[in-house]
Write a protein that binds this ligand. Structure first.
Ligand code: 13P
Length: 257
């Protein structure tokens, strides 16, 4: 049984005051849901991690960062280590988001270093994979996914791999309002799960949660979450308001598989 995991990636949005307001609002909403068997993670920008952590400490909501560096400390101006992220109260860290791959030269190799560093420090990596539109149109979706998954998990043991979360985020669906259809999402998730069986074994592949990300909204949540290999969502735009994010969480918690 895989516990559904809904994470909000706030990207480069929310000042500290705004982040406190949003997390307070979400906390109030989630108190109303009795133990819904769902994991909820907020990933604010680095500057607001500590404050959001304070807001959510006495709730079931968990905290994640949006990136990390693979060294513990040192002369690496501008970088933030897993140790620092844990210190700020995080249990999760998003790694290899397509925006980092596109705009900040993230590669499978740097993703792999970050995944290993996160695991070594006890953080759960949310490792993002996904094809661009041109790659899908050229029939290369599976090839790209294989590269991202194998590259990101190179030399990661079965025991460690079982702890990670993978987010399948087709780049063409991010921030575009163009969601993958439930069938397209299931096809990609199934491909990833089968690949994990080949790389590890059935038990490991069966315990890794695979989230879908890309224009997840209250209206499409149920159909996506109903897919057998879709174990949650990584939500961008719709995670920035109390109303839309809490409806997504409620709807996801209603889906019984
Ligand atoms: P949107 O939900 O805004 O499409 O963003 C998805 C995403 O990139 C989450 O990491």
């Amino acid at each position: 049984m895989r516990k559904t995991i809904i994470a909000g990636n706030w990207k480069m949005y929310k000042t500290i005051v705004e982040a406190i307001e949003l997390s307070n609002g979400l906390k109030r909403e989630f108190y109303k849901l009795d133990n819904q068997g769902i994991e909820v993670v907020l990933c604010p920008p680095f500057t607001a991690l500590s404050e959001v952590n304070e807001v959510i400490t006495e709730s079931e909501i968990k905290l994640g960062a949006q990136d990390c560096y693979w060294k513990d400390e040192g002369a690496f101006t501008g970088e933030v280590s897993c140790k620092m992220i844990k210190d700020a109260g995080c249990q999760f860290v998003i790694i290899g988001h397509s925006e980092r791959r596109q705009f900040f030269a993230e590669t499978n190799d740097t993703v792999n270093k970050k995944v290993k560093a996160a695991l070594a420090s006890g953080l759960t990596p949310i490792m993002c994979v996904g094809e661009m539109l041109a790659e899908r149109e050229a029939g290369k979706t599976f090839q790209v996914l294989e590269g991202h998954v194998r590259g990101g998990l190179r030399d990661v043991s079965a025991e460690d791999a079982a702890k990670i979360v993978i987010a399948y985020e087709p780049v063409w669906a991010i921030g575009t309002g163009k969601t993958a259809t439930p069938d397209q999402a299931q096809e990609a998730h199934k491909y990833i799960r089968d690949l994990l069986v080949k790389m590890y074994n059935k038990d490991v592949a069966g315990s890794i949660r695979i989230q879908y990300g890309g224009s997840v909204k209250p209206e499409n949540t149920i159909d996506l979450m109903k897919q057998p290999d879709v174990d949650g969502a990584l939500v961008g735009g719709a995670s920035l308001q109390v109303e839309s994010f809490s409806v997504i969480v409620k709807k996801a918690s209603e889906v019984v598989k």
